[in-house]
Ligand binder design. Structure first.
Ligand code: PNS
Length: 160
């Protein structure tokens, strides 16, 4: 039986930090479904289609990885795709409360669902999509933190 993991998020946009966690997940999962949230409560910079396309471009050629969108409850989506693992990254103490609450709620909704927290590579620990958006918006260099396709898309978004 193949082990399917879901890696959910807004991916607005996908960063090197996300890529790092996806590759780490392939160490214990046969398939990783990158689940791009349609109903993110934040108002995203990139549309759902753009976020999916960027993730697909960045992850092209990565075997065992696919990109899907989901709407509604993550627990329902996981059940639907046959996943019993949810992957989330823990970067700092600040992430902990929210992540803990989400993991407990997801397991309450789908008892067989386990959340696995991964620690990112040291140099990506303080990276977030929101800080990347902020730096790109102000004209800073984000090439270390995102794939060239994402860098291009950010430049296009913030072009005067
Ligand atoms: O990248 P993000 O914004 O931290 O991702 C948050 C996300 C999309 C994973 C989370 O908001 C989510 O799972 N939303 C789906 C709705 C849901 O299932 N909510 C109940 C779990 S607390």
């Amino acid at each position: 039986m193949s082990r399917i993991a879901v890696y959910p998020g807004s991916f607005d946009p996908i960063t090197r930090g996300h890529e790092d966690l996806i590759r780490r997940s392939l160490r214990f999962a046969d398939r990783v479904i990158v689940a791009v949230a349609a109903n993110s409560s934040k108002s995203p910079l990139f549309t759902l289609e753009e976020r999916v396309q960027l993730a697909q471009k960045v992850l092209a050629g990565e075997s065992g990885v696919e990109v899907q969108t989901f709407e509604g409850l993550l627990a329902d989506f996981a059940r639907q795709v046959g996943a019993r693992i949810v992957v989330r990254g823990l970067r700092a103490v600040a992430d902990f409360d929210y992540e803990f609450q989400m993991a407990l709620m997801n397991r309450q909704l789908y008892d067989e669902l386990e959340t696995v927290f991964l620690v990112p590579a040291l140099h990506l620990t303080y990276l977030s999509a929101s800080i990347v958006r902020e730096v790109a918006r102000l004209g800073g260099d984000v090439s270390v933190f995102v794939h060239p396709e994402v860098e291009r898309a950010l430049k296009a978004k913030f072009a005067p």
